[in-house]
Design a protein around this ligand. Structure first.
Ligand code: SF4
Length: 112
């Protein structure tokens, strides 16, 4: 087995598509925010990144969309389809759901 492929191509890319998230977990390292940032990549920019990642193969890296909550992006399904078409993306992150808002929310970031 050759290791050359792994030297030039990452096996997995965890891509934080957005910092937007309806939760505010104490342990969050993503500096979450309730709404999407104005300077997030556009759909076309994301597709360009996916094409560039796919060119890193073969095999292309497995792209995992995460965040924040990637479902805050209305183009998530479109991006997954595009990435799957390139052989590299899959939806691998469940949308966060509050289990107990009282314990999961940071007091300083609690939202109404
Ligand atoms: S669910 Fe949202 S707030 Fe909680 S850790 Fe994930 S991104 Fe951060």
């Amino acid at each position: 087995m050759s290791h050359e492929v792994f030297e030039r191509t990452p096996a997995r890319v965890y891509w934080e598509l957005t910092r937007a998230c309806d939760l505010a977990c104490r342990h969050c390292r993503a500096d979450e925010m309730p709404e999407r940032a104005a300077d997030e990549l556009t759909t076309e920019e994301c597709e360009r990144v996916l094409r560039e990642l796919a060119r890193a193969g073969p095999p292309p890296p497995h792209v995992v969309f995460t965040g924040g909550d990637p479902l805050k992006r209305p183009d998530l399904v479109e991006l997954v389809r595009y990435g799957v078409g390139l052989g590299s993306a899959s939806p691998s992150r469940r949308a966060p759901r509050p289990r107990s808002p009282a314990t999961w929310r940071r007091p300083s970031r609690a939202r109404a």
